[in-house]
Design a protein around this ligand. Structure first.
Ligand SMILES: Cc1cc2nc3c(=O)[nH]c(=O)nc-3n(C[C@H](O)[C@H](O)[C@H](O)COP(=O)(O)OP(=O)(O)OC[C@H]3O[C@@H](n4cnc5c(N)ncnc54)[C@H](O)[C@@H]3O)c2cc1C
Length: 404
């Protein structure tokens, strides 16, 4: 079936969103609700890629003070309202998003780790984060199965968990109700350019014209940008998660070791792991996660699984006696300066990007979409978009050269 512009009486214009992961879904909804005719295109299935191959944490605790933390704080204010809106709009028969404001515990297991964890918490508090240093007794009151002698524990009540694939489905359903069309099984192959601007896309199902194209292709956003005619240095950063069999709930918060912050902020290509442990509503325990830049190689690596398991057991000794159900691997969309790009591409009018969220794309998706929509519709943005612009100084050197 050839693609056709759906039309929408009175629409501001037609936006083509490339990617039906959580970022594309949120972007489609935000634009459709502002009067745009929206077509979402995905070569696979909705939520078929990264957005269903990770965890669903909306975190402020792992962010250093700066632009990403500001975005995360805005996201943590937005999500409760968004979840309530989606529940009301889609009704009780729609699968729940499993939104759980359970809070996060960051645990240092060594005196050296304790210094870093407490220092980070102090800097985050100065930036508006609630970060409460806990005694061992208080920490074990929150998590009775926690290791007996943590060197330091900080509680972050603003950390939240949700079910990412359910969130994608809900955002897409809401976008459809606002008039968006979602077409899967269609690959965007190239851009259509006319009069010095992008005027649409050539796809595996034919050409589609649009007033703007939004690149939400996650770890493939660099490849999609190249197909459309510009360089964007998004690379995949591999991550593996272990899933236990179901058990009675014995872990009540999202708990991670203090190494994790270093891993999120590091640009190292080699293997980095730190344990991130949390229960799901279904009763499984998720143990993430690793970080490694190995291209799109998702072969199982036993040493990664072993390292994650060892670190999780250091936090929760009872896990040594539990069984694993499965493990899975996904690819975070990584940019070399660890900030997403949100907004127009100055090199090609008509092209916008919302990508590069790395390990925070679930949490930051909805607020990024709000920022995109404000920029597209020339409305006041929820926060300063400049740190996320394609032309920002920290990204500029990478727009021209190949990264390794
Ligand atoms: C192990 C792991 C743990 C994680 N944990 C968390 C977490 O706890 N919290 C958090 O916030 N984030 C987490 N993340 C990160 C998060 O999953 C990602 O940042 C987010 O899912 C990115 O969403 P996306 O929509 O940009 O990309 P995707 O979900 O990958 O969607 C991109 C879509 O683009 C489509 N596409 C690509 N190329 C084309 C093309 N040429 N034509 C048409 N379609 C195309 C793909 O098929 C895909 O469906 C984790 C990631 C991993 C790997």
């Amino acid at each position: 079936m050839p693609l056709v512009y759906p039309g929408r009486p009175g629409a501001t214009g037609h936006a083509i969103v490339v990617g039906a992961g959580i970022v594309g879904a949120a972007s489609a909804r935000a634009l459709a609700r502002r009067g745009w005719a929206v077509t979402v295109l995905d070569r696979g299935a909705a939520a078929g890629a990264t957005s269903s191959h990770g965890e669903g944490n909306l975190l402020v605790s792992d962010k250093l003070p700066g632009a990403e933390l500001d975005l995360a704080l805005a996201a943590s204010r937005l999500w409760p309202q968004l979840v309530a809106e989606l529940a009301e709009e889609l009704g009780p028969t729609f699968p729940a998003l499993e939104f759980d404001p359970k809070g996060g515990l960051v645990v240092a297991t060594t005196p050296e780790g304790a210094h870093g964890v407490l220092e980070l918490a102090a800097s985050q508090r100065a930036a508006g984060v609630t970060a409460e240093e806990l005694t061992t007794e208080a920490a074990r009151a929150l998590e009775p199965q926690l290791c007996p002698d943590p060197a330091a524990t900080v509680f972050y009540p603003q950390d939240v968990q949700l079910q990412p694939a359910a969130a994608v489905e809900a955002l897409l359903a809401s976008a459809r109700r606002a008039g968006a069309t979602v077409t899967t099984g269609v690959t965007v192959e190239a851009g259509l350019v006319g009069g010095g601007r992008l005027t649409g896309v050539r796809t595996s199902a034919g050409e589609l014209s649009g007033d703007l194209v939004v690149n939400c292709a996650g770890p493939w956003a660099g490849e999609v940008a190249a197909r459309l005619g510009v360089r964007l240095p998004v690379q995949p950063r591999c991550g593996t998660v272990l899933v236990t069999t179901r058990m009675p709930h014995r872990i009540f918060h999202k708990v991670y070791d203090g190494d994790y912050v270093g891993a999120t902020q590091s640009g190292e290509a080699g293997l980095q792991t730190s344990a991130v442990v949390e229960s799901t509503a279904a009763g499984t325990v998720l143990i993430g996660s690793s970080r490694q830049r190995v291209g799109f190689d998702d072969r199982l690596q036993v040493r990664v699984l072993a390292e994650l398991a060892r670190k999780a057991i250091a936090l929760f000794p009872f896990l040594a006696g539990m069984n694993l159900l499965r493990s899975y691997t996904g690819f975070r969309p990584y940019l070399p300066d660890h900030l997403p790009v949100i907004g127009p591409d100055h090199r090609l009018p008509g092209l916008y990007h919302v990508t590069g969220h790395e390990g925070a794309g679930i949490g930051l998706s909805a607020i990024s979409a709000e920022l995109l929509a404000a920029l597209v519709c020339d409305q006041p943005p929820v926060l300063d978009p400049e740190p996320f612009a394609v032309h920002r100084p920290s990204l500029e050197p990478h727009l021209a050269q190949e990264d390794r």
